[in-house]
Design a binder for this molecule. Structure first.
Ligand code: GDP
Ligand code: MG
Length: 174
């Protein structure tokens, strides 16, 4: 049967320097760029096929530099799915995810909003500061999938975005 192309807003959130821009660039443009202006917030439009369905994504790569709380509230209100990113080499970046999720759920008043947790920089195993088990425990508490990814080696980048798409499609179908 014919299924119309769906369009979703995805918001990429996380502490500065965890690799949000690098992950987004790998996903959208298939390229590794070593360095981005950390203050640049931009959105990227891309189309992918998920389980035979066409999905258009508008991905907002946030930079945490909003001048007004209202702007942050706005993208939290308009996002259909959220990618919460930390770096496996930074314990504080992991701890920051809790506040982000609390804010999303408070603004949305919805415990079932599609979320995927990404532990980026998995290539830096020798600098690991967040145990896999700790991240999995969070994943279970939130009932949100966890991916260890690397923007540098392009590991689990498509998988994490695709998982979020599946959740948004499921949400949309029901
Ligand atoms: P953002 O502030 O979250 O957007 O972070 P960026 O995407 O700008 O990345 C911050 C820094 O981390 C840059 O120096 C990147 O080269 C580096 N980086 C990003 N992703 C990875 C990764 O998967 N592995 C490693 N080793 N470095 C990364
Ligand atoms: Mg950035």
């Amino acid at each position: 049967s014919y299924q119309p192309c769906r369009e979703f807003n995805v918001v990429v959130l996380g502490a500065g320097g965890v690799g949000k821009s690098c992950l987004t660039a790998q996903f959208v443009h298939n390229e590794w760029i070593e360095s981005y202006d950390p203050t640049i917030e931009d959105s990227y439009r891309t189309q992918i096929s998920v389980d035979g369905r066409q999905v258009v994504l508008e991905i907002l790569d946030t930079a945490g530099t909003e001048q007004f709380v209202a702007m942050r509230d706005l993208y939290m209100k308009t996002g259909h799915g959220f990618m919460l990113v930390f770096s496996i080499s930074s314990r504080t970046s992991f701890d920051e995810l809790q506040t982000l999720r609390d804010d999303i759920i408070r603004i949305r008043d919805d415990e079932k909003i599609p979320i995927v947790i990404v532990g980026n920089k998995a290539d830096l195993e020798d600098q690991r500061a967040v145990d896999r088990a700790k991240a999995f425990a969070l994943s279970q508490r939130w009932d949100a999938p966890y991916y260890e990814a690397s923007a540098r080696t392009r590991t689990n980048v498509d998988e994490a975005f695709t998982d979020l798409c599946r959740q948004m499609l499921r949400r949309d179908d029901s």
